[in-house]
Ligand binder design. Structure first.
Ligand code: UDP
Ligand code: MG
Length: 310
């Protein structure tokens, strides 16, 4: 299989027939072998029935259905685990992404990239979606060290190895380009056409901005410290404990010299700092214990030179 397209949908009944007509028009002439995997993310309209009807006309259609709404990242992850194409393209199922962009993106992959992220250069969404999105893209670009203008774009194309290396949950699909870049894959972006939503409603609001930033904190934290939690908790803990112990030590010396000891606010602060330091250190050690027990990572070995006959 050359190409697999993964489409997460939730309540897109009116958009599906036109989507498949367009996909067929865009992909059949390319001569590539392809499949379209729709993941119905707990729709409660007639999307699933519409999909079943469409199978009669489109032999490349495959679909799975979640019992309840698990989120776009889970839907994508499910799709990734089931497709077999050498290239994998994701797109939204609301007709806002144009299927005719897919062959262009695959060409771009072939020119030497592992991931091509879409960039809706002329975005047709209301201002209360586009402005927060601009801020989000800027902050993520700075933090991730990867300048992309549109992390949220549903249209993205991958070489198979990329999606098989990345596990997704929550809303982490937006950060696939970041994770891919950090794992040494070649990432680029490409301007794609965006269309206004004609049917159905958007499933996301401004709250996406807040959850997006929280997810970014998680991502950076996991990237830096998932393998060595003590380095995070231990550094802060050590700092607290050192300050606390030094101040208490100073009070101790004063007591030895003057033979007098008065309870002072600073003494309480030092005591609390020392306790917090010990607590944070223990938390880090607990993290390390869990890591040692449950960590079984497949390391990304991509080359292997050995003597002939071995
Ligand atoms: N979607 C999904 N599960 C969800 C929310 C959305 O599968 O919980 C799908 C939705 O049907 C669409 C795509 O994800 O195909 C993008 O969603 P939407 O168009 O609402 O986002 P927007 O374009 O407004 O950012
Ligand atoms: Mg949309």
């Amino acid at each position: 299989m050359d190409l697999s397209i993964v489409i997460p949908i939730k309540n897109e009944e009116e958009n599906l027939p036109k989507l498949f007509a367009e996909l067929s028009d865009a992909l059949v002439p390319t001569g590539m072998s392809f499949e379209v995997m729709v993941v119905d993310d707990g729709s409660n309209d007639s999307s699933w029935d519409v999909l079943q009807e469409l199978t009669a006309s489109y032999p490349f259609l495959r679909a799975v259905r979640f019992q309840y709404n698990c989120g776009k990242a889970a839907a994508l992850s499910q799709g990734f685990s089931m497709v077999t194409g050498e290239y994998v393209v994701t797109m939204d199922g609301d007709l806002q992404d144009n299927p005719f962009e897919v062959p262009r993106m695959v060409e771009r992959l072939k020119s030497g990239y592992d991931l091509v992220s879409g960039w809706k250069t002329r975005r047709l969404d209301p201002w209360h979606k586009t402005w927060p999105s601009k801020l989000f893209n800027l902050v993520v670009s700075i933090v991730a060290g990867l300048r992309l203008h549109d992390f949220n774009c549903g249209l993205k194309a991958y070489r198979r190895v990329v999606v098989s290396h990345i596990s997704l949950y929550g809303d982490f699909h937006r950060f696939i380009p970041v994770m891919a870049k950090w794992r040494g894959f070649r990432v680029t972006e490409m301007s794609v056409e965006h269309r206004a939503r004609m049917h159905g409603v958007s499933k996301y609001g401004v709250s996406r901005l807040v959850s997006g930033f929280l997810d970014l904190v998680t991502l950076v934290f996991l990237h830096k410290f998932a393998v060595k939690p003590l380095h995070f908790f231990g550094t802060i803990g050590l700092l607290f404990a050192l300050i606390g112990a030094s101040v208490l030590g100073w009070f101790g010396i004063e007591w030895v010299i003057t033979q007098e000891l008065h309870l002072r606010p600073l003494m309480l602060v030092a005591g609390v700092l020392l306790m917090m330091g010990i607590q944070l250190g223990s938390l880090g050690l607990l993290g390390e214990m869990l890591n040692a027990k449950i960590r079984h990572e497949v390391l990304p070995v991509t080359g292997n030179i050995r003597p002939k006959g071995v």
